[in-house]
Design a binder for this molecule. Structure first.
Ligand SMILES: CC(=O)SCCNC(=O)CCNC(=O)[C@H](O)C(C)(C)COP(=O)(O)OP(=O)(O)OC[C@H]1O[C@@H](n2cnc3c(N)ncnc32)[C@H](O)[C@@H]1OP(=O)(O)O
Length: 221
């Protein structure tokens, strides 16, 4: 029998639509959306957008079996630090946090996936990979053997990490980018869409192109 889990999503924009599909694919359902942005619109048909942090507290006080509800953060882009902090907020409200793995992804038995990480359709996670918490491995992204990926990292659709790559927390690897074997990507750095990374990338920079070169610095996180 399918275990239908009830989910609350924090974030009511495009990534909520993606998570809703993955949640339904595992036989579970979204029951409410929350977002601190007063201009946010309900991202999902027939699912209420309740409000921000204060409304979450009130809503949980009245919810049926609140300790059986799961939480996920539906925020993409390079906002990995926000994703991790909001995930902690959901956990502090008593919501259950666990990884979401789309049934049409591949995750090796020996891979370790952190809490609240989101493995989307057609993603591949190979042997002996370690993935932190609050990561997104987006559609068709691929992490090959023995990679070490820190908390709050986002691999955008089609990004490829070759074997033994290390990605520090809160970095983002853009759509279709390739990181060659054994390289190191620094904390909070962004690899542009379509880049081919051939050298280590320091903390807090944007790299792009083939071969990827540093384009600018980012505020440190
Ligand atoms: C489901 C989803 O959609 S998940 C989200 C997936 N999103 C992504 O993968 C986006 C990743 N981000 C990018 O590729 C961005 O363009 C970045 C981070 C590389 C650069 O962003 P910004 O710093 O804002 O640069 P900006 O857009 O102002 O462009 C600056 C210059 O870089 C060039 N440039 C921008 N992106 C790239 C890229 N990926 N590769 C090569 N050159 C690029 C621009 O053409 C521009 O060149 P010009 O100065 O000669 O006109």
């Amino acid at each position: 029998m399918t275990d239908c889990k009830r989910y609350v999503l924090w974030g009511s924009a495009g990534h909520a639509k993606v998570l809703d599909e993955a949640i339904r694919a595992v036989g579970s359902k979204v029951i409410a959306l929350f977002d601190n942005d007063p201009n946010a619109q309900p991202a999902l048909p027939n699912i209420p957008l309740i409000g921000g942090k204060q409304e979450l507290t009130k809503w949980l006080q009245n919810a049926q079996d609140p300790h059986g509800i799961y939480g996920l953060v539906a925020i993409g882009g390079n906002r990995g630090q926000d994703r991790l902090q909001l995930q902690e907020l959901l956990a502090n409200h008593g919501l259950r946090i666990e990884a979401l793995v789309h049934p049409r992804s591949f995750v090796a038995d020996s891979a370790r996936i952190g809490s609240g990480s989101q493995i989307l359709a057609m993603a591949v996670i190979a042997a002996d990979v370690t993935l932190g918490s609050a990561c997104i491995v987006n559609h068709k992204a691929s992490i090959d053997h023995e990679c070490r990926v820190g908390d709050g990292v986002h691999l955008a659709p089609g990004a490829t990490l070759c074997g033994c790559v290390t990605i520090e927390p809160f970095a983002m690897i853009g759509a279709g980018a390739v990181v060659l074997p054994r390289l190191h990507i620094g904390r909070g750095s962004i690899v542009g869409a379509g880049a081919v990374v051939t050298r280590d990338v320091p903390d807090g920079v944007v790299v792009a192109g083939n071969p990827a070169t540093i384009r600018r610095s980012l505020p440190s996180i």
